[in-house]
Design a protein around this ligand. Structure first.
Ligand SMILES: [Zn+2]
Length: 358
């Protein structure tokens, strides 16, 4: 058995996982149960400190798991824009640019290293390793198969995603293909904090913007007919909150209570999300759309209304031929990163085998 280590690089945490893989067969890798997490994240704005922290984390994880010579690859799961062919973190919220991080890890640990964007890792993990093949599609003869053409959309603080064509991530010329959150819906909409343009999909559907809408509706309602405001733990907290402090759990509990300022905000967000998803369906015609991110996995009403809004807007034939799934696999991004690394390693082995026998 050989081992692949995967590391999720986030602004608040670093999280590592280990997988047993068999290079001689075409099968899937198996996760080892222990996940290693550290609340000490990588440094911002300083590439030396960023690299040093990553190397320290990998060392700690190796020591803790007693990993010796079996480690064949390390795969980083990275936010922002990533050039996974070159192993470079191009641009991210860590305020470092064009960082050849895969090379740095290879030199430090004498093993292959990869860096992948987080969205395709989440998508592939969900599709290939999700519970009961939940992302499978039925073939004409009625047997389920893993889809090759699919779209993954994350709806959370940010709204983004990725596209897989013929089983491979399609990153596009500027490496941001599939980033559905920043398509423009309204020239006169609010200014996006991420892309700096007005009225993109994220400004109607991301957590911050929904929170802002909820607070505005709450204040209006309180001024006009305060007696009708439902008394709940959430409404008691609301008067003290800023949009940045309203959590996904707050929004979920507000919809379950049927709050008359939370539900209309979710209805509006779902309507706009349906608009974006209908564009994706009509234009790309994927076999499967997977919806992930905490707002989709935890707020049932948001997911259900977004489905209805999508169906209302897209071509009937596109709606009927596309399956929708909600993400549900724990550590999906680790499974996906391991799988992407395994594919690259096997392809490399196949190439060198063909060269040696030619
Ligand atoms: Zn934007």
């Amino acid at each position: 058995m050989s081992l692949i280590m995967t590391i999720r690089v986030e602004t608040e945490t670093l999280e590592g996982a280990l997988f047993d893989v068999d290079l001689t067969k075409s099968g899937k890798g198996r996760i080892r149960p222990e996940i290693y997490e550290s609340n000490q994240p990588v440094a911002r704005g300083n590439s030396r400190a960023y690299n040093a922290r990553l190397i320290q984390f990998i060392n700690d994880f190796q020591n803790r798991m007693g990993v010796s010579g079996d480690l064949i690859a390390i795969a980083l799961i990275h936010p922002g824009i990533v050039d996974s062919k070159q192993g470079v973190a191009v641009n991210s919220r860590f305020e470092i640019w064009n960082e050849p991080v895969a090379n740095t890890i290879t030199e430090a640990f004498s093993t292959q290293a990869f860096v992948f964007h987080d969205a395709p890792c989440l998508a592939l993990g969900e599709v290939r390793y999700g519970a009961n093949g939940s992302a499978s599609v039925n073939t004409p003869d009625g047997r389920p198969k893993t889809p090759k053409n699919f779209v993954y959309v994350i709806v959370d603080e940010g709204v983004g995603g990725c596209i897989f064509i013929e089983g491979r991530p399609y990153a596009g010329a500027s490496l941001n293909a599939g980033d559905l959150g920043h398509i423009l819906l309204d020239d006169h909409g609010p200014l996006c904090r991420a892309c700096d343009r007005p009225g993109c999909l994220e400004t109607y559907t991301g957590r911050y913007w929904i929170a802002e809408d909820i607070l505005a509706r709450y204040r209006r309602l309180r001024e006009t007919k305060s007696a009708s405001i439902q008394d709940s733990p959430f409404s008691r907290r609301l008067s003290f909150l800023e949009p940045d402090n309203v959590t996904v759990e707050d929004i979920a509990s507000g919809t379950r209570e049927g709050n008359d300022y939370v539900v209309p905000a979710i209805e509006q967000a779902a309507d706009r999300l349906g608009m974006g998803l209908a564009y994706a369906l009509d234009y790309l015609n994927p076999e499967v759309v997977i919806l992930g991110g905490a707002l989709m996995t935890k707020v049932d009403l948001y997911y259900e209304l977004a489905m209805r809004a999508t169906q209302r807007r897209c071509l009937p034939i596109a709606w009927e031929s596309t399956a929708f799934r909600r993400a549900g696999l724990d550590h999906a991004e680790h499974y996906g990163a391991m799988d992407l690394a395994l594919t690259r390693i096997r392809a490399e082995l196949g190439r060198s085998h063909r060269q040696s026998t030619a």
